[in-house]
Design a protein around this ligand. Sequence first.
Ligand code: N01
Length: 542
Amino acid sequence: MGSMGEPEVPYTEVILVGAGFASFTILNRLRKQKIDVKILEKGSKSGGIWYWNCYPGARVDSDAPIYQLFDKELYEDFTFTERYAGGKELRRYFDHVEKKWNLKEYIDFDKHVDGAHFNEKTHEWHVETSDGSQYRCRWFMPCIGFAARRYTPPVPGLSNFKGDTYHTAVWPQHGVNLKNKRIATIGTGASGIQVIQEIGDKAKHLTVFQRTPNFALPMNQQKLDPEEEDRKKKNGDYEKAFEDTRHTFSGFRYDFIGKNTFDDTPEEREKFYNNLFNEQGGFRFWLNTYDDMLFDQKANDQAYDFWKRQVRKRVKNPEKQELLAPDVAPHPWGTKRPSLEQRFYEVVDQDHVDIIDIGKHPITEVTETGVRTDKGFIELDVLILATGFDSVTGSLAQLDIQSTRGGTIADHWKDRLQTSMGIAIPGFPNMFFLYGPQAPTAFSNGPSCTQFQAEFVEEAMRRVVKDGITRFEATDEAENDWVKRMNEKWDITLFPKAKSWYSGANIPGKRVEPLNWAGGMVEYTESLAKSLENNYQGWHTA
Ligand code: N01
């Protein structure tokens, strides 16, 4: 970072990077204690992922009221209109938060943080943004989520295409007219499913390039009645909902049921699955099911068989049935993230929609006018990449944040991914990161995860300040212990059997290892809290 005119560099007690759910959760807690906080945000508006990923059909897969900041002041005069909020509504929610807290004074927009280093004399971080601005702070907290680095696969000839190419993660803010266009999409993850079901009816022709089918679940979307929601707020139902999330594996309101798959008779099981899948909808078939579903292959096979039959009922075209819900599952059910869908299967079953198995028939060439596979040439106006992210680790690893031992975070992770409790890293004192690697992150409801992490951060800061500590750093022992526990939790599940972004397997050449804590939210928050006991066991203090 070279020599800086350090005295003139403005100082703030805490700098948060990113203006999404994670940083707003921390900010809310710290501003109430009158702690001086600044947010640096690379976009021109808040919203984080909801700002950048504004593709048609973007919608959250967590249900109301737990997909919001857990704060009475905020929900008092904002009511979501749907059980699963759409991207536009979430952007409106962020506007509401900004206004309510007068956040403009806390956020510096259009500031892309690209480097930071810790000053051992002053115990302060020095932060630099790409426009050359500099900042100083005692506490540095990247809150940039798990999807800040998009992934574009090396499709041969992609740059030749003269039509329009869009990646879902950087969709134009002004929107795009897709009506009556010849469109192709690559990718059928959460983004792909949503964009496909939204544009499928409007497109003149749609080609869906699918490599792996998504084991999607019915969203069971519902409009929320404002009066009913007001009643719930007054009754304390929202507070109860937030409280419920503390006691479950994934920070949702429901949990695994305390029973194994074969404890039930086949008839009981069918009835149970049917209720989760068809009556209740959402992630219940994934996270409110038998305890052994994600651990035991035979149990998992039962879930897959049920899921396959449900999907096949909705798809008439036999070839598409096999493509969307193959006879033999490509990986255990639920070990890649299932999407929540609305009419997805009906949309892609239409005659003007083709599904091409890109695993069997790879794209051999993109030309100026379309895409070629060994099945022929497809003329296109628009090509949409819904190809995901260098997920979880990519966000932090791309930044030039310097360790006190030399090197960056990426260097620290050269041989293995390692953090202390998914919130701190040895060599990076006074730095907490939220909703990142080795935390419950992608296995959780985002606002629950960030809430519990923010509570820990607040408590740690409170104690440290009270004890006159100015340098707070995770120990190597704590990190080693966490890596060991990460692997133990992961290895007993079926997750290692899937090639997914949960383990980095979506990026060619990326090391495959567990990126998210698979031990559940309750054990996670207990581990955080415990680490402050016994004279900060797990932390170096100075
Ligand atoms: O990304 P993904 P995403 N050739 O990585 C395919 C959150 N999110 O943006 O499965 C051909 O899941 C790849 O194929 P395969 C949510 O947590 C949430 O959709 O690797 N295809 C896959 O189909 C989500 O899980 C919401 O075989 C290639 C797709 O591209 C996470 O973000 C909405 C390919 C990538 O899917 C990521 O979702 C959106 C190649 N070379 C996102 N490379 C909601 O809450 C990749 N693919 C609703």
